[in-house]
Design a protein around this ligand. Structure first.
Ligand SMILES: *[C@@H]1O[C@H](CO)[C@@H](O)[C@H](O)[C@H]1NC(C)=O
Ligand SMILES: *[C@@H]1O[C@H](CO)[C@@H](O)[C@H](O)[C@H]1NC(C)=O
Ligand SMILES: *[C@@H]1O[C@H](CO)[C@@H](O)[C@H](O)[C@H]1NC(C)=O
Ligand SMILES: *[C@@H]1O[C@H](CO)[C@@H](O)[C@H](O)[C@H]1NC(C)=O
Length: 783
């Protein structure tokens, strides 16, 4: 018998590598998109005019006779490599090539707005005054927004009185039929779109329902861009609510828009291409209100793209996600990203439910339109008690309501599955005249105000239970249940505020527990910002209302607040690194509300903790002058990844640096990254065990030349924390000094698998600046 052919041997090898089952017929060889990381030191042979030619030619020879076409070529500004659709067999072949560092499966990400059905929220606006609003302050800076595009015709994006585009700007504006390059101006200085990865998975997009251009058919990108850098617009309001001045955080900064999100979501392969383009174009800040599941950094295209940007001095802020209030829900957790959760403003939109028994139940709404008759009450039903499928009717899903049951009535629906505004549409279609939207237990007491298509209000989980009880307690011989909704407009000076939004994603950090995340909270509830003309405020196609501004909630709205502020900080301190800017935000953040008490957690009404707000709520004025900063360089992050036990190969995928971990691993632990917060997790074993750790930190003087800082340490409850030295004497600006914080604790009584988190803080003070860092200790009892 002849010896086995090489192909046969290869197949044997492949089947041995692929996961079971082994039978060839059961192997799924359906192609999917991969992001291919190419060794950064691999030199393109000079016969190829571009990297695309080189990569395509390599694919053609390796995967003939039917080589796939490249989706994106990453130029190397933020990432080296390309994306391509491959079968699992082709992926294995490519993976084995010497120039290939790794293959990342493409992932789908989602916008972090609560308008998407799965999330909830409540909140406030961006009309707090920006810093130095009348000068050209910040006009040299370009903020990149990676989102759903932009509606360029909004007043928030006019370029009146702006100086010429900064000469360092290398970006451009695409030219398409629905987005002519004249859409750009001295405010919107760049606009590009990235859909090759999206179309590789979903097929050609439907150009009736979305624009194959930077034009925004959703509204999210227009909203986030105007939060970061919208111009002053007065009067601004959405259908009469939140009337006042609207302005972004950095009204003079320039915007560059990179559209990466489409109706079916946002793909990593496109997001990475946008990072690459933004870095090459010369932006100063990147804002990303998008996220997905947390994976190790070497598999996370957002973490990788953000690293490339940080390495070029670009500040990257990202939304924490709307998966709260549960623990471990925070996303976008890489230490080189600033991760932003959401808090309320001191403004809300009360719309109370008045029940037939006289009871008034607090609600929240920005409905505007024909109201309910004043003084009149209406029959009230709970959709879940309609005969038939009680589950789908309780949620007011499409087609689930019987007009005979709901016509002429106020209908209570539960949250979940379809969007909040869509439920209103379902009730309206079935003839209902109003809606009460009740939170489920997981939503807690956090309320989201929406632009509903009928008179409607949102109530908390406890209130929902109370209304259900009122409805079900009605006896046949007593008067039937009734209600009305009283819309009270915009209320200012709400106390307490800020409150951490229920939906805001929480720590601990699932990937690096020794890095506290989120880093900060910023306004993310009921935020008023620009809105496309062609999209209704409720986002429902049958809703034909138009508005220049809309009110949205989500960590998506919190992130661009920090992005715009980062542009202002960078304008004031051009030499600051991204880490220095982050440090300024974190060490000056506050944790008390406008009553002087610890910020509350909207989901429970109890005090919130560092797992909810990180270092606290951003304080723009104080961040401008922090006194000291905790700076970090690319090499500090490489050491951190070494100490997080990433392989040198995986570190290279993230950092494009040849890491030699032996030194870092000898020298320290991952908690020694020079982060502006300090966190440690102790595993408990013996009863007598004493646990201790130290945090080594370096602070850089960015305040006055000569200054003396003294430390005050408040240890986590029941623990001992000390600092050495207790005094730092600076002689000049830019000087760096080290200190060491030691934390010791004893075993806590915990059930197997249980854990307890305690926090304290250290504050360095020179009398003019307080530089504060949380100290967070978690004790875990193994199972
Ligand atoms: C494209 O979108 C429009 C509007 O949503 C819809 O009517 C049409 O059926 C869609 N076409 C395809 C091919 O899906
Ligand atoms: C909120 O506080 C109350 C009273 O201190 C406590 O009983 C309850 O467990 C707390 N809820 C949560 C979710 O921590
Ligand atoms: C890395 O590995 C070392 C040695 O096994 C271990 O002591 C350390 O806790 C690990 N660090 C992390 C962050 O997992
Ligand atoms: C620093 O903190 C102390 C104690 O909370 C406070 O009394 C002082 O006013 C703060 N100083 C500044 C400059 O914020």
């Amino acid at each position: 018998m002849a010896s086995p052919s090489p192909l046969f041997l290869l197949l044997i090898l492949l089947f041995a590598i692929l996961p079971s089952p082994i039978s060839p017929s059961s192997i799924n060889d359906t192609p999917s998109t991969y992001i291919v990381s190419v060794h950064p030191d691999a030199v393109k042979p000079s016969i190829f005019p571009t990297h695309s030619h080189w990569y395509q030619s390599s694919l053609s020879s390796l995967l003939s006779p039917s080589p796939p076409l490249l989706i994106h070529t990453y130029t190397g500004a933020a990432f080296h490599g390309f994306s391509v659709k491959l079968s699992p067999t082709q992926a294995l072949l490519l993976r084995a090539q010497p120039h290939v560092l790794s293959l990342l499966p493409d992932r789908l990400r989602r916008l972090h707005t609560t308008r998407s059905p799965h999330f909830l929220g409540l909140g406030t606006s961006t009309d707090s005054a920006g810093l130095l609003k009348d000068s050209d302050f910040g006009s040299d800076l370009v903020v990149a927004v990676l989102d759903t595009g932009i509606s360029p015709d909004r007043q928030s994006f006019h370029d009146r009185d702006l100086p010429p585009v900064p000469t360092k700007w290398k970006g451009s504006c695409v030219n398409t039929p629905d987005f002519p390059s004249s859409s750009c101006n001295r405010k919107l200085v760049g606009a590009k779109f990235f859909c090759a990865g999206y179309e590789a998975t979903n097929g050609k997009m439907n150009q009736t329902s979305e624009f194959r251009s930077p034009r925004d058919s959703d509204g999210h990108g227009t909203h986030t861009a105007s939060i970061a850098a919208g111009r002053y617009v007065y009067p601004a309001s959405t259908l009469g609510y939140a009337r006042g001045l609207a302005a972004g955080m950095a009204p003079k900064a320039r915007l560059a828009v990179y559209k990466v999100c489409w109706t079916a979501g946002c793909y990593d392969s496109d997001i990475l291409a946008a990072f690459d383009a933004a870095v090459a174009d010369g932006v100063d800040v990147i804002s990303l209100s998008v996220g997905g599941v947390v994976v190790p950094y070497y598999l996370d295209a957002i973490a990788i793209g953000a690293f490339g940007a940080m390495d070029r001095g670009i500040f990257v802020s990202a939304s924490a996600g709307n998966g709260g209030p549960g623990a471990l829900t925070v996303t976008n957790v890489a230490p080189w990203v600033t991760t932003v959760g959401a808090g309320t403003l001191d403004r809300d939109f009360p719309a109370d439910v008045k029940l037939g028994n006289g009871k008034v139940i607090p609600g929240m709404s920005v409905y505007s339109g024909p109201g309910l008759a004043p003084g009149k009450t209406y029959p009230l039903v709970y959709a879940g008690t309609q005969a038939g499928d009680g589950y789908s009717s309780s949620l007011c899903l499409e087609g689930s309501l019987d007009p005979k049951f709901v016509a002429g009535k106020i209908v209570m629906c539960d949250r979940g599955i379809n969007s909040r505004a869509a439920k209103g549409e379902v009730v309206k279609k079935a003839g209902g005249i109003g809606m009460i939207l009740a939170n489920g237990v997981f939503d807690g007491e956090g309320l989201v105000a929406d632009c509903h298509v009928l008179p409607a209000t949102a109530v908390g989980a406890t209130s929902g239970e109370e209304i259900r009880r009122y409805i079900s307690s009605a006896k046949p011989d007593s008067p039937p249940p009734t209600a009305t909704i009283v819309f009270k407009g915009t209320r200012l000076g709400v106390k307490p505020a800020p409150v951490v939004a229920s939906f805001s994603a929480r720590g601990p950090n699932p990937e690096s527990p020794e890095i506290l995340k989120p880093d900060l909270v910023a306004p993310g509830l009921n935020i008023l910002a620009a809105w496309p003309d062609k999209v209704s405020p409720s986002g429902i196609p049958s809703d034909h209302r138009t508005t220049e501004f809309n009110i949205l909630s989500g960590t998506s709205m919190a992130c661009p607040h920090v992005s715009g502020l980062a542009a202002l900080l960078k304008a004031a301190h051009p030499e600051w690194s991204p880490a220095a800017i982050k440090s300024a935000f974190m060490t000056t953040a506050y944790t008390v509300d406008n009553r002087g008490e610890t910020m509350l957690d909207e989901s429970t009404g109890n005090s919130s903790t560092v797992m909810d707000f990180g270092s606290g709520h951003v304080h723009p004025q104080k961040a401008m002058d922090p006194g000291l900063v905790y700076d970090m360089t690319t090499f500090d992050y490489v050491d951190f990844l070494c100490n997080s036990n990433y392989t040198e190969q995986n570190i290279k995928v993230v950092t494009r640096k040849n890491a030699d971990c032996s030194g870092a691993r000898r020298a320290g632990h991952s908690g020694n990254l020079n982060y502006p917060s300090m966190a440690v997790v102790f595993q408990q074993y013996g009863i007598k065990q004493k646990m201790s750790t130290h945090f080594i930190r370096t602070v850089t003087n960015v305040g006055d030349g000569e200054s003396v800082y003294s430390a005050r340490v408040v240890a986590p409850a029941g623990m001992v924390a000390t600092v050495k030295p207790e005094k730092l004497v600076f002689r000049r600006v830019g000087q760096k000094l080290n200190f060491l914080v030691r934390v010791q604790t004893r075993v806590a009584k915990l059930a197997p698998g249980g854990s307890v988190m305690k926090s304290g803080f250290i504050v360095w003070s020179d009398g003019k600046h307080n530089v504060t860092s949380p100290i967070v200790v978690t004790l875990q009892q193994p199972l």
